[in-house]
Design a protein around this ligand. Structure first.
Ligand SMILES: [Zn+2]
Length: 77
């Protein structure tokens, strides 16, 4: 494909112009964007896993608090 900056013909699939280093459209536009999208999806998955872990811990704490409150309530009655 032809470089839009200097007009040098580059081999198809090249991300950058061999002469001036300009990023060439199709691969340059699709590559990094797709990669960053995958990265953000990965980060989101990690975030959701952490959130789920926190929620489970919170649920366990809530159950313990309710159980202790119930026991204390029964003892104080
Ligand atoms: Zn060029």
């Amino acid at each position: 494909m032809r470089c839009p900056t200097c007009g040098t013909e580059n081999a198809a699939g090249r991300a950058q112009c061999v002469r001036c280093g300009t990023r060439l459209r199709p691969t340059a536009a699709r590559g990094p964007v797709a990669r960053s999208a995958a990265g953000s999806a990965e980060a989101e998955a990690v975030l959701m896993a952490g959130l789920r872990r926190d929620l489970r811990r919170l649920a366990v704490v809530a159950v313990v608090v309710v159980a202790v409150a119930a026991v204390l309530g029964a003892l104080l009655r």
